[in-house]
Write a protein of this length. Structure first.
Lengths: 394, 317
């Protein structure tokens, strides 16, 4: 039986980590992810886990220690946000290229500068091409569930890649919600033991990790890494299906909300999807055929599936909580429009909104405005300016 | 057991030959002398910062390391090996590793990766007390990228980013004293050594560092023929003179107590060491005598201070 609880997102994630009982957790405090190692160190010092907790002196060392521990053969976890993730940058790429199944909670927060501690997605979006699988979460429940699935995905022999579980700073990390927790023994059985094929601590088979990898080999190694990312899609679905059997909670590559007959839709990540669902319900009562796609898996990007899910809408808005400052659109827009074109779907009008930067509140009125704009695009057949801002003051 | 060169040399090299380090380089000599401090039956996880040692010993698909080896980046050898050690503790606790097998953890970094870019990672790993040894092989500059100055570069040395020019005669700053920085971490064991003589000093210290529980640090002088400018066959002479001039004193700090391992009866003038190296050639031009005098003064002062520290920390209570 699941256990009904009321927990914040960070508490839920720390509890998932307690149930997983990893070998090593190395982390450094940064708002709003600080609570994760904080709760976890309590579990360590109270003896409810066997984990070695490494309270490092920086996020760079956090990820470095994770690399060392994972190469040594351990199940390894960490948590960070914003500038902490920025400081890890160099080692994020090393972790994925060494094919180390590290699991990180990325509690999304605006990357400096100027300094801001509130939620947007500039941190994890900046790391979208670092070779990490990225899972996004709307609620505390999703954060908990994705963490429980993450090790299985990361450690799968066809994958062997690190996983970043992203959820919104404060909005999700600090808000208390109702949540269903699984029993410890069930989680233990689901997550299973980690038995790496090759690892530093195996005296019988010493290995060397992290070579100088020159022109004759690096390309092929990078190709293998890209193949692993492609293979991750099926593995994520397999693990999610098994998870659904245990919990009844179903997860795919993305969630579709009222998309069956939708004419106008938005694509948005994380907590804003909750606000969007509320607005869609209201609009539906007024007869507007509104729908939502909430990507869960951003890396690997589900090109075909997302394009097919959007092929029947007349107009779609991609909401980016991150400005790529590329003189054009945010990353979600770029990825989705590229998917549509790749799938030969050219009849859907597309528009981008950068919103919620630095924790700017997103209200149902804002989402309603997007749908009003989409209806105008449908009626005029024109997209005046595809690169827009939502909730920006004059 | 007392050190015996013949016995020590019977141990197979744990860094195999065939690596691509330069002839006359101190680093691989130092590494093998240190690894002879390991008990033959013990497994080791060895980490290295990016640098000459790493890029010359582990070029895919070849490795010269007989033990497990890990390299991640330039500035994080301390944290990387600390992570592996943490994992060892956890896996031992969980019964995932054989009880009767022991793994030792050793990180190597050049002076660039240790004194400079990796100082924070090193300091963190040492302060947290991981059961590991960090070994800095100090060749006094960023040799791998082409002899750029580091904070370990001696004053007045000519490097490619502190060239001896018409106005500025080489590096202007004194070198950082990393061994003393590490002493400030209150570690159970800190040692300064060099591949020297019959290698008794370096191997004995390595054995102590490896088998002392907790975080231990070794600073090892490792001459570089390219960066220092000497014929390859002069390696051992340069090590010997660095010690005999007291430029590089051999000493250890055991739980805060200083032990100076070698006190030359006749301290050789530092000029004898300097003149064998091209990086100091400009010091011997007429009018530049003051630079040699300054360096001699620096060496003398530091040597006296070291002897005082030894006296103070060994005073009977």
């Amino acid at each position: 039986m699941s256990i009904r609880e009321r927990l914040s997102g960070n508490e839920a994630v720390a509890n998932a980590m307690r149930q997983i009982n990893p070998d090593v957790v190395a982390a450094f405090p940064i708002t709003p992810s600080t609570e994760v190692p904080q709760y976890f160190s309590t579990f360590v010092n109270n003896g409810s886990v066997d984990t070695e907790f490494v309270p490092v002196e920086s996020e760079h060392s956090a990820m470095s220690a994770c690399v060392g521990a994972a190469a040594a053969g351990g199940r390894v976890m960490t948590a960070t946000s914003a500038n902490g993730l920025s400081l890890m940058w160099e080692i994020l790429y090393i972790a994925s290229s060494l094919r180390l199944p590290i699991v990180m909670s990325c509690v999304n927060r605006a990357v400096s500068g100027p300094l801001n501690i509130h939620n947007d997605h500039s941190d994890s979006m900046g790391a979208r091409d670092s070779g990490w699988i990225q899972l996004y979460c709307e609620t505390n429940q999703e954060a908990y569930d994705n963490i429980l699935m993450a090790n299985r995905i990361a450690e799968h022999l066809n994958v062997q890649l690190p996983v970043m579980v992203c959820y919104d700073g404060f909005i999700t990390s600090h808000s208390i919600e109702n949540i269903e927790l699984e029993e410890d023994d069930k989680v233990k059985a689901f997550v299973g033991e980690y038995n790496p094929e090759h690892y530093l601590l195996n005296k019988k088979e010493p290995i060397a990790v992290g070579p100088l990898d020159l022109q004759p080999y690096l390309f092929e190694h990078k190709f293998q890494q890209a193949e692993a990312m492609r293979a991750a899609k099926d593995v994520i679905l397999e693990v999610s299906e098994e998870f659904a059997k245990m919990t009844g909670r179903k997860y795919g590559l993305f969630e579709e909300y009222k998309m069956e007959d939708a004419e106008v839709a938005i694509v948005v990540l994380n907590s804003t999807a909750g606000t969007a669902k509320h607005t869609i319900d209201e609009l539906r009562e007024k007869g507007v055929k509104a729908g939502l796609i909430k990507p869960r898996v951003f890396r690997p990007f589900p090109v075909t599936e997302i394009a097919q899910a959007l092929k029947n809408v007349k107009a779609v808005a991609m909401l980016d909580k991150c400005d790529s400052t590329n003189g054009a659109a945010g990353p979600l827009y770029t990825e989705v429009t590229s998917a549509l074109y790749t799938e030969g779907i050219t009849g859907v009008k597309t528009v981008n909104y950068v919103y919620g930067i630095g924790g700017r509140d997103v209200k149902s009125d804002d989402i309603e405005k997007v749908f009003t704009d989409l209806q105008e695009i449908v009626s005029t057949g024109k997209v005046e300016n595809p690169f827009r801002y939502l909730g920006l003051k004059d | 057991m007392a050190y015996n060169l013949k016995e020590a040399m019977k141990k197979p090299n744990r860094l195999a030959s065939g690596h691509r380090m330069c002839a006359g380089c101190g680093a691989p000599v130092a590494v093998n002398a240190i690894l002879r401090g390991l008990k033959p039956e013990d497994h080791a996880v060895i980490g290295s910062a990016t640098g000459c040692l790493e890029v010359s010993t582990f070029i895919y698909p070849y490795t010269a390391w007989r033990d497990s080896f890990v390299h991640s980046a330039f500035e994080n050898a301390g944290a990387t090996v600390a992570g592996a050690e943490a994992c060892y503790k956890a896996m031992k606790r969980k019964g995932k590793l054989p009880e009767d097998e022991h793994t030792k953890f050793i990180a190597f970094g050049g002076d660039g990766g240790t004194y400079d870019i990796g100082l924070q990672s090193l300091s963190g790993a040492m302060e947290r007390g991981h059961d590991m040894v960090y070994v800095c092989y100090d060749n006094g500059a960023y040799m791998n990228t082409g002899i750029q100055r580091s904070s370990a570069t001696p004053r007045f040395a000519d490097t490619t980013t502190s060239p001896s020019g018409k106005v500025v005669p080489g590096k202007q700053q004194k070198r950082k004293d990393l061994t003393e920085v590490m002493a400030g971490h209150h570690l159970p064991y800190v040692a300064q050594t060099a591949p020297y003589g019959n290698f008794s000093d370096i191997t004995t210290k390595a054995e102590k560092a490896i088998y002392t529980e907790g975080a231990c640090f070794m600073n090892v002088l490792a001459p570089c023929p390219r960066g220092w400018g000497y014929p390859t066959e002069n390696l051992m002479e340069l090590c010997k003179l660095a010690v005999d001039t007291c430029y590089w004193p051999l000493y250890e700090i055991i739980d805060g107590r200083y032990v100076v391992n070698y006190k030359p009866k006749n301290k050789v003038p530092v000029a004898e060491w300097l003149k064998l190296q091209k990086r100091f050639a400009h010091l011997f031009k007429p009018g530049n005598e003051w630079m040699i005098e300054e360096l001699q003064k620096e060496v003398d002062e530091k040597w006296e201070r070291l002897l005082e520290l030894e006296a103070i920390t060994n005073k009977a209570e």
